[in-house]
Write a protein that binds this ligand. Structure first.
Ligand SMILES: [Zn+2]
Length: 462
């Protein structure tokens, strides 16, 4: 499994060699937050990186090394966003029709916000062929971007994409996804109960982990959705939705259900906070300093055809407020009960911007009751473990890939210090603050230049 998206299989060895910088780096006199289970912090360490791997935490500095002064700085593993949606040309052209224009995305432009924010691995939860293309560009070294884990989404009903409405079709959909090269299965809301169960069972037989929504079929009987091998709930609000008004919306009971079944939680607190904010007003989004890094067609859509805003009512706003309260208490209770929590954002949804949203999520997880240390673990070691790639990423240890984030201040004292980035190592390639700023400035000017070309129009408006 890991060979596919980490570039360590035989087939992609050459690509991998090209993609990493052959340079030797030394980050000297730095504080290292290893994120290992011992929770150790190494002070005054000297981290040596050769050919994309960490080879020492104590020096000595080789002759040819490029030296980065880490004095007073803090080194943590690169961050992992466990719930993202990345634009592809295919997605734009089937979903966002424009007048007289085929929509093109530059892979570098959609990946820059991740690496600029220290996000070095992402889990794409609605993958399509274009994502394999993006992943290959990154593995070849043509694009600086995060490692990509890809899940195939299976839904029921009469929607589009992979649809399964019988257990037999569900099993077949899993086998086809496996044959196409996907590593994971995402299940979605319109599946019926028996098809859902068959998909989860078949995925386990195929060695594929399952993440996803809790289908609406389990509304009022959520306990029946916690079947063996249902690996992760993709949102806390799914738990809210399927228990709303049922009288069994007790976070403690629900956390225990997840714990007993081995189901992890990806709360995606930011998506509901963003939905509420946009429901109230679009001014925050319009003036966000990060909007300039979003593809102009999406900027246009988010500001002119924003469903959170257009469909908002006092009732829907009050419901989102209740949901946020529930989500926070579910996070707190899962922590108490011992359900592993991982950080994810639903980036790519309206108003949730790639990269920066992970820092928002970390802040929200701490507000909900995690310690800064626990929040950092939820975005490093734990997701690497769930994805099955913890032998190569997720902690700062000898032998691991050099996916690292160098911070100006200690994130254990204030989680917002993860935003204070001094440099990022992505697959052994070092981007200092100046280089990151140049990438962002270039991206912004390209997006701005295309603003008149990409204006959101609804189907039928032209
Ligand atoms: Zn999503």
């Amino acid at each position: 499994m890991e060979g596919c998206y980490l570039g360590s299989s035989t087939a992609s060895d050459n690509a991998q060699k090209r993609s990493i910088q052959q340079n030797i780096f030394a980050i000297k006199n730095v504080n290292v937050i290893q994120m290992t289970s011992g929770a150790s912090v190494l002070s005054d360490a000297t981290v040596i990186i050769e050919n994309g791997r960490i080879v020492s935490l104590t020096g000595p500095i080789p002759d040819k090394a490029k030296i980065v002064d880490g004095s007073g700085k803090w080194l943590i593993p690169g961050l992992i966003d466990m719930h993202v949606h990345i634009p592809t040309d295919g997605h734009f052209n089937t979903t966002y029709p424009t007048r007289n224009a085929t929509v093109f995305t530059s892979t570098q432009d959609v990946m820059t916000p991740f690496v600029a924010n220290g996000v070095t691995t992402v889990f794409e939860l609605r993958s399509e062929p274009g994502h394999f293309g993006q992943r290959n560009e990154i593995l070849r070294g043509d694009v600086v971007g995060p490692r990509m884990a890809l899940s195939a989404m299976i839904n029921g009903g009469d929607g589009s994409g992979r649809i399964a409405n019988t257990p037999a079709d569900g099993r077949q959909a899993v086998r086809m996804a496996k044959a196409e090269g996907y590593e994971f299965i995402k299940i979605y809301s319109q599946l019926d109960a028996d098809t859902f169960k068959a998909i989860v069972d078949e995925a386990s037989k195929q060695g594929m982990k399952v993440i996803g929504h809790i289908p609406n079929a389990f509304n009022g009987k959520i306990q029946e959705a916690f079947v063996p091998h249902f690996g992760m709930s993709a949102h806390a609000e799914e738990v809210f939705k399927q228990t709303e008004g049922s009288g069994d919306q007790d976070p403690k009971q629900l956390a225990k259900l997840a714990k007993d079944n081995g189901t992890w939680l990806c709360p995606t607190l930011i998506i509901i906070v963003a939905a509420l904010e946009q429901g109230r007003s679009l001014e925050g989004l319009r003036s966000s300093p990060n909007l300039q890094y979003v593809h102009p067609l999406l900027q246009s859509k988010w500001l002119t055809a924003n469903n959170y805003n257009k469909s908002a009512t006092p009732q829907s706003i009050a419901r989102l407020e209740r949901m946020i309260e529930f989500n926070n208490s579910l996070v707190r209770t899962c922590k108490e009960v011992g359900v592993p929590i991982v950080a994810g954002t639903d980036a790519g949804s309206s108003g949730v911007i790639w990269g920066v949203s992970l820092h928002d999520e970390l802040e929200l997880l701490v507000k909900a009751g995690l310690t800064p240390q626990e929040a950092l673990i939820s975005a490093t070691r734990l997701p690497a473990t769930w994805l099955g790639i913890d032998s190569v990423i997720g902690t700062v240890e000898i032998g691991k890939f050099a996916d690292l984030l160098l911070l100006e201040a200690n994130p254990l004292l204030d989680i917002n210090n993860t935003r204070n980035i001094s440099g990022v190592l992505v697959n052994g390639r070092y981007l200092d603050k100046a280089e990151i700023n140049t990438m962002l400035t270039d991206l912004s000017s390209r997006n701005t230049a295309l603003k008149d070309k990409y204006v959101w129009k609804k189907r039928g408006e032209y």
